[in-house]
Design a binder for this molecule. Structure first.
Ligand code: TYD
Length: 197
C-alpha cells in the first residue's frame, strides 16, 4: 500500500503522517515513512536550488522538474522493495507535487511517466494565508502568489484523478487526523467504528 500526502507548504503533512503512521502501527501494520525531496545527493541539491531567488523562473522550474524526477527514480526503487515486503508506505509528496509546482505541465508529466501511482492521495487543502503564516517563507516557493497557483493546480488534479481525496486542512490537528483515517481505514481493512471513538 502506497499512501501519499500532498498539499501546499504548511498544510501540516508531516504532523499528519506521524499520526497516521502511529495509528497504523498500533493496528499491526508494518509502516515505512518516506519523503520527497529525499535525503539523497540529488535531494540535497534540490533543497539548495529551492533557496535560489530565481527558483520560480522558467529555466529553474525546468531544472527542478528534472532533479525531482531523478530523485524520485531513486526513491521508487526503495518503494518497490517496501511493497514486496507488504509494508504500508506513507510518503510526504510524490510526482503529483511536480505536476502542481513545476512547469511546463506536459513535459513534467512525460518526465514522470513511469513514477509509481499511489493507491491513495490525501490532499490537505489549506487557506493560503494560513499556509504562508505557518511555513514562514523558508524557500522561494513559499509566497502567496505562487502558492495560489499551486493550490489551484492541486484542486484540478483532485478532480482529474480518482485516487485523490481532498481533506480540509484548516480544521484542528485531531479533526484532520480523523478525516485522514476515515479514508485510509477501508483501504487497509480497519473497522471505521474504531476511529469514531
Ligand atoms: P520541504 O522543505 O520538504 O517542504 P514541505 O515540508 O512543505 O514538503 O520542501 C519541499 C519543497 O519542494 C516544497 O515547496 C514543494 C516543492 N516540491 C516541488 O516543487 N516539486 C516536487 O516534485 C516536490 C516533491 C516538491
Amino acid at each position: 500500500m502506497y499512501i501519499v500526502l500532498e498539499g501546499i507548504d504548511g498544510a501540516g503533512k508531516s504532523t499528519q503522517i506521524e499520526l497516521l503512521g502511529q495509528w497504523l502501527i498500533a493496528n499491526g501494520f508494518d509502516v515505512e515513512i518516506v519523503e520527497e525531496p529525499t535525503d539523497s545527493d540529488i535531494g540535497r541539491l534540490i533543497r539548495k536550488f529551492l533557496q535560489d531567488e530565481d527558483a520560480t523562473s522558467d529555466y529553474m522550474q525546468k531544472t527542478l522538474g528534472l532533479l525531482f524526477a531523478a530523485d524520485r527514480v531513486l526513491l521508487m526503487n526503495k518503494i518497490n522493495k517496501f511493497k514486496e515486503e507488504n509494508k504500508v508506505i506513507i510518503s510526504d509528496r510524490s510526482f503529483y507535487s511536480s505536476l502542481a509546482y513545476q512547469d511546463p505541465k506536459k513535459w513534467i508529466a512525460e518526465l514522470n511517466k513511469y513514477a509509481k501511482i499511489p493507491d491513495l492521495v490525501i490532499l490537505l487543502d489549506l487557506d493560503l494565508k494560513t499556509s504562508v503564516n505557518r511555513s514562514g517563507e523558508t524557500d522561494e516557493f513559499e509566497n502567496e502568489e505562487f502558492l495560489h497557483h499551486v493550490k489551484e493546480n492541486y484542486l484540478e488534479l483532485a478532480k482529474k484523478y480518482d485516487n485523490f481525496k481532498v481533506i480540509d486542512g484548516n480544521n484542528g490537528i485531531n479533526m484532520v487526523s480523523k478525516d485522514i483515517k476515515k479514508e485510509v481505514a477501508p483501504l487497509v481493512g480497519i473497522c471505521l467504528s474504531s476511529i469514531i471513538k
